[in-house]
Ligand binder design. Structure first.
Ligand code: ATP
Length: 313
């Protein structure tokens, strides 16, 4: 089966400003794909290109298996949905009236069934009669998601879906995204919340005009940071060099505090048991042996050069 989204050497210039430069990646069907990057990194521009709202300057792409060409715009739009940061609802209309309006605009068959299904998917069936303007921001975001689900999209683009939401409302949106993933919807998630990406996404891309990296967070950790083990003992080892030197997969060690040691390792699965055995043989009182943990935030900050203004060619 074709990929949900395939992007090859995609670029977009606005005048002499390069917003997206030579970006290539693939999103598999059914995947939650995180798209991360600082302000002005070209994320929204990429989503707008893939959503057929603007044309790329160069490069090719396919969305929902269909080549991104002007003639294919209507067919692609039938198979995808984009939820922009602001859900774009008529605040004086009720939830149901908004969805009826958009279902009509999209020319959906069986609009009543689709509206009922979309409302049920976001658990808003009991609020259908309420005016959107009277809803909290979190509930409005859920109505926006219901709107995006009306055409049963194969690929759903969510641009900052939890921006400005409190933690409880954000968690509701996360649960909805998990539910959509279980139904097999491919989700392209643009977010600044790195913990959100780490929790929801199968893979993430880090973008700053060019694509900095793409992969699963554990792969990125391995790629971006050398692997390390942290050992803590109750008392300093009398001769740490004798304990750690020459162990399999241990490339080096340094003292880290008075009774702590940071070990550079090439393979954690080989090094950790060997280090444990060596410490026991040396009769050390071991308090902990832990792999050094790097968050997605560490990876992100490592890859995004804060001094480099985005959008420069
Ligand atoms: P944010 O996280 O702030 O939403 P972003 O990663 O989505 O940022 P884009 O909105 O894609 O970034 O913008 C990328 C660059 O392209 C920016 O420098 C922006 O000013 C520029 N840009 C975007 N749209 C246009 C446009 N229609 N005309 C001119 N420049 C534009």
């Amino acid at each position: 089966m074709s990929a949900a989204v395939q992007v090859s050497h995609l670029s977009k210039r606005f005048g002499d400003r390069s917003a997206v430069a030579d970006v290539s990646f693939t999103v598999d069907r059914g995947e939650v794909f995180g798209f991360l990057g600082p302000n002005g990194a070209g994320k929204t521009t990429t989503v707008r290109i893939l959503g057929t709202l603007i044309a790329p300057s160069s490069g090719t792409a396919s969305v929902a298996g269909i080549p991104l060409e002007p003639a294919n715009g209507p067919e692609i739009r039938r198979r995808i949905a984009i939820m922009p940061e602001a859900p774009g609802l008529y605040l004086r209309l009720s939830v149901a009236e908004n969805l009826e309006y958009f279902a009509g605009l999209y020319g959906l068959k069986r609009p009543r069934d689709r509206i009922a299904a979309a409302l049920a998917a976001v658990s808003l069936a009991d609020r259908a009669g309420e005016r959107c303007g009277a809803l909290s921001k979190g509930l409005r975001q859920r109505v926006g998601l219901a709107r995006a689900l009306l055409n049963e999209p194969e690929v759903l683009f969510l641009d900052e879906p939890t921006s400005g939401l409190d933690p409880v409302a954000a968690r509701d949106v996360h649960d909805l995204i998990d539910g959509l993933r279980r139904q097999g919807v491919t989700i392209f998630l643009t977010t600044h919340r790195l913990a959100e990406a780490e929790r929801l996404c199968d893979r993430v891309a880090i973008m700053q005009t060019t694509l900095r990296t793409v992969g699963r967070t554990d792969e990125l950790r391995d790629r971006v940071f050398s692997k390390a083990l942290t050992v803590t003992t109750a008392a300093p080892l009398p001769d740490p060099e004798r304990v750690f030197a020459g162990l399999p997969a241990v490339d080096g060690w340094r003292a880290d505090g008075t009774a702590g040691y940071a070990l550079a390792v090439s393979d954690l699965a080989v090094a950790a048991p060997a280090v444990t055995r060596a410490l026991v043989a040396a009769e050390a009182d071991v308090l902990s042996i832990t792999p050094a943990q790097h968050s997605l935030e560490d990876i992100y900050l490592q890859l995004i050069d804060n001094n480099e203004p985005a959008g420069r060619s």
